[in-house]
Design a protein around this ligand. Structure first.
Ligand code: ADP
Ligand code: F6P
Length: 328
């Protein structure tokens, strides 16, 4: 079997571990393996390179993706899809592993409709993919936010300031809830749970009266939809409102793409290795249009369509618990 692997959408720490697992597992079973560069773009342009075992040496610990990633709108067009099909047929590739988010899985579905065996591996720091408790990169991103919160809390407590910290997540709040609960945020603002900002002001002022003069308010970037510019980012808009309404000395930190880098954690490396291994096993069994995921710490397989139509929900319990834990 000739297997291709590509990484697509926003890169995530652990994607290299997944690439390594796919390559080593496929080679172990006598397959030829090809790396497709820059997501679906490399399919269109024929940037497809054979990978041997050495090609994936010393990448397990590296963030990012050696195959690079890209957003490729052209692959949403029939012309682009025809180019991709021709490239794959020219090389005789018959199995494909797509590492990415839900958008990338829609691309995988198209490849499957073209007759290529496809298996998706959830890889996005947003962790917003259905049918899996975790996507590759989420754990590392949350730990990056926790490290930033620790550093910010040092200066916030030294100046008795309110810090609004904006985190990634596209239109979801998974990073914000996970980091808020385990980083002790005084408030967590996510698109799934819009709140009255005056209630947040009350929390800040009550804390100040009780002697807790510094606060960290975590804001998911998608709290306000479609910010037109960084000046109107969700974090900026919340920070401006809180500063004006409370009169507290307030600063705003937008963590941005820091959350996409860094060496993957043990959890992400293990998750990526197990998912890459399972993805190749499925291709070897001629399975297709599947996604591999982890549920209750067990690797499981789901139809890609189910993963695309299953909306992953925020844990309201965790959100409420975060509020209880930060109350004084
Ligand atoms: P993510 O995988 O992180 O959600 P995107 O939504 O940007 O990232 O999707 C990544 C790529 O997947 C797109 O740039 C495009 O090449 C491909 N893709 C997304 N949606 C489709 C679709 N409906 N049909 C074909 N390809 C798609
Ligand atoms: O999907 C991952 C992600 O990091 C989102 O959290 C964020 O909104 C988006 O990618 C940023 O996209 P880009 O890297 O293209 O700016």
């Amino acid at each position: 079997m000739k297997i291709g692997v590509l990484t697509s959408g926003g890169d995530a720490p652990g994607m290299n571990a997944a690439i390594r697992a796919v390559v080593r597992k496929a080679l172990y079973h006598g397959c030829q393996v090809y790396g497709i560069k820059r997501g679906f773009s490399g399919l269109l342009t024929g940037e497809i390179v054979p990978l041997d075992s050495r090609a994936v040496s010393d990448i397990l610990q590296k963030g990012g993706t050696i195959l690079q990633s890209a957003r490729c709108p052209e692959f949403k067009t029939p012309e682009g899809q025809a180019k991709a099909k021709a490239q794959l047929e020219k090389l005789g590739l018959n199995g494909l592993v797509i590492v990415g988010g839900d958008g990338s899985f829609r691309g995988a579905r198209v490849l499957n409709q073209m007759g290529f065996l496809t298996v998706g591996i959830p890889g996005t720091i947003d962790n917003d993919i259905g049918c899996t408790d975790y996507s590759i990169g989420f754990d590392t991103a949350v730990n990056t936010v926790l490290d930033a919160m620790n550093k910010i809390r040092d200066t916030a407590s030294s100046h008795n300031r309110v810090y609004v910290v904006e985190v990634m997540g596209k239109n979801s709040g998974f990073i914000a809830v996970a980091a808020g609960l385990t980083g002790g945020a005084e408030a967590i603002l996510i698109p799934e749970n819009p709140v009255n900002l005056d209630d947040i002001c009350k929390i800040i002022l009550t804390n100040a009266k009780l002697g807790k003069a510094h606060s960290i308010v975590l804001v998911a970037e998608g709290y306000y939809e479609d910010p037109i510019s960084a000046q109107q980012s969700s974090g900026f808009r919340v920070g401006k409102y809180l500063a004006e309404k409370t009169g507290c000395d307030t600063r705003i930190t937008i963590l941005g793409h820091l959350q996409r880098g860094g060496t993957p954690t043990f959890f992400d490396r293990k998750l990526a290795t197990l998912l890459g291994n399972k993805a190749v096993e499925l291709l070897l069994d001629n399975e297709t249009e599947k996604m591999v995921g982890i549920i209750n710490n067990r690797i499981q397989v789901f139809p890609l369509e189910k993963a695309l139509t299953t909306k992953k929900t925020i844990s309201k319990q965790e959100l409420e618990l975060a509020g209880i834990m930060s109350s004084i």
